[in-house]
Design a protein around this ligand. Sequence first.
Ligand SMILES: Nc1ncnc2c1ncn2[C@@H]1O[C@H](COP(=O)(O)OP(=O)(O)O)[C@@H](O)[C@H]1O
Ligand code: SF4
Ligand SMILES: [Mg+2]
Length: 344
Amino acid sequence: MATTQSEVDSVAVDGVPGAPLLEVDDLFVEFRTRDGVAKVLNGVSYRLDAGETLAVLGESGSGKSVTAQTIMGILDMPPGVITGGAVRYHGVDLLKVSARRRREVRGSGIAMIFQDALSALNPVFTVGFQIEEQLRLRRGMSRRDARKRAVELLDLVRIPNPAGRVRQYPHEFSGGMRQRAMIAMSLALDPEVLIADEPTTALDVTVQAQIMDLLKDIQVERNMGLILITHDLGVVAEVADRIAVMYAGRIVEQSDARSLYRRPGHPYTRGLLDSLPRLDLKGTELTTIKGLPPSLLRIPSGCPFHPRCPRAQDICEAEVPPQHRPAPGRLSACHFAEELINGE
Ligand SMILES: Nc1ncnc2c1ncn2[C@@H]1O[C@H](COP(=O)(O)OP(=O)(O)O)[C@@H](O)[C@H]1O
Ligand code: SF4
Ligand SMILES: [Mg+2]
């Protein structure tokens, strides 16, 4: 039987049989700046399986992008320093493999799309050229085959008239079409994991929903692992299987999406849910979480959320809450996780 492209990809890193597709394990990252040491990631762990959509949710500055950059091997170092943890892809720690190995994985094993498609695309080359270049350099395709594949990819992301569009420059595309082109580019090397970092933030609400649907369809079709990074719980409600909530460089709650919406296991998640506009509660006042996320130069003692938490007690300031498992498949770093999930 002929070897398929995905088989070639999966041996780019010799995997450990049976290992999860991607696993971030107790990751610590600091930024050493003139103002001091910002502790940006403080033990982040999450895992992603094939065919799964994980939403990583949290306010701006909580470390969502830094985690993604560390997974991709594109963290700004210095000032960034990885001080602990592992990023395992098929069980192999990418933080320990050679730079060459890392480059092989980037794009073909794990690919990423960014919030701002305009600055991620090169304005002086056609969209087609930018897709074809990867195929020629990384897959050794001829110009002709690469062009054919680029047209197929634009078609896959539902860009009308792909054969004409492939010859156009990024500025000739609307915002939504550019984001589709970015998605096409990220899929060129058939990645197993796609990380989408706030892929719809710059777009209007209707286009946002279309792009989310597109990502979800592609994820299901290709049985990819998809990590959707967002600060907006509303955007991922329909598409996420699991949700990891980040606060001050930690995962404070992890759960299947349905249970989390029904009964959040952490006061921070509750605050995010309560600040969502709800169609069924028109006219009711939205509550927002009081205060601001902490400075990562001086993270509050105990539970880092305590200065903003409506449930905080003395223990919250004194003791860092451990990761509780209040229900199967659920994690919560709150002293009162059990009560929140299993209480009255
Ligand atoms: N290159 C950098 N230099 C210094 N600090 C950085 C750098 N990149 C990110 N940070 C800091 O790391 C923290 C987390 O950032 P980020 O992961 O981008 O947050 P978000 O959750 O919004 O994606 C922020 O406080 C940010 O200022
Ligand atoms: S540990 Fe305390 S401060 Fe932290 S989220 Fe739970 S109740 Fe709030
Ligand atoms: Mg970000």
